[in-house]
Write a protein that binds this ligand. Structure first.
Ligand SMILES: [Zn+2]
Length: 226
């Protein structure tokens, strides 16, 4: 009753379309859950995201829940997760996606989850890492451990804007460091991120994991640009 009363005064809204959520709906309304563009990459291992890593870094599976389009509703959801404090939405999407992956047997393919860390300054400003919340959701439905402190992102002191694309790439490559390799040695790691665009971050993290003894690396994101 208290919950009903509170939601009467402060109703939750759909993270995609902003409509007021009905009782029993969480994060997204029923219509958006049906209409948002799923990738279904977990059903096709030669998917477009997988191909993005060919020749760059060996990735076993490349997965994303939604297709990202500029100006679309998925972008709106990601924005709210990042800048409007809606970390619970990231977690909920992880839970839903985790059940899809569970049905496809990913709980047996992967050993543990590692979220892509945030820049320390951003983490401090935002107070949370949205990728860690997504990974936490996945860990609930896949029943796998989520190690949030295996990877760390070192501070980047130089200005990115003054650099060429190549220099920026060289820079990204050394930004992620393993803090404790004992958790990942000889394990299949599912690296979790919010959105994948060029894949440079994933490439750097995956390489760092593989260089420190991870047996295999797969990738899962809330969304990926096609
Ligand atoms: Zn909606």
């Amino acid at each position: 009753m208290i919950h009903d009363f509170i939601s009467l005064i402060f109703p939750d809204n759909c993270a995609a379309c902003d409509e007021v959520l009905y009782k029993g709906e969480q994060s997204l309304c029923a219509a958006c859950r049906v209409n948002l563009p799923l990738t279904n990459y977990h059903l096709d291992n030669e998917n477009p995201l997988m191909k993005r890593f060919w020749g760059r870094v060996p990735v076993d599976h490349a997965l994303a829940y939604y297709k990202f389009t500029k100006g679309g509703q998925v972008q709106q959801i990601l924005y709210k997760i990042k800048y409007d404090g809606m970390k619970s939405v990231a977690r909920q999407l992880g839970v839903w996606y985790g059940y899809d992956l569970l049905k496809a047997g990913f709980d047996k393919k992967v050993d543990l989850l590692v979220p892509v860390p945030l820049h320390p300054r951003k983490q401090c400003q935002r107070g949370y890492n949205q990728s860690a919340f997504f990974a936490e959701g996945l860990s609930v439905s896949l029943n796998l451990a989520n190690y949030t402190s295996v990877l760390s992102r070192v501070s980047d002191k130089s200005s990115q804007t003054l650099k060429s694309r190549f220099e920026r790439w060289l820079n990204v490559k050394d930004l992620y460091k393993i803090k404790d390799k004992s958790f990942i040695e000889n394990k299949h790691v599912l690296l979790c991120d919010d959105v994948i665009t060029t894949g440079a971050t994933i490439e750097a993290c995956a390489r760092e994991l593989l260089d420190h003894g991870a047996k295999q690396v797969s990738v899962a994101a809330i969304a990926a640009a096609e």
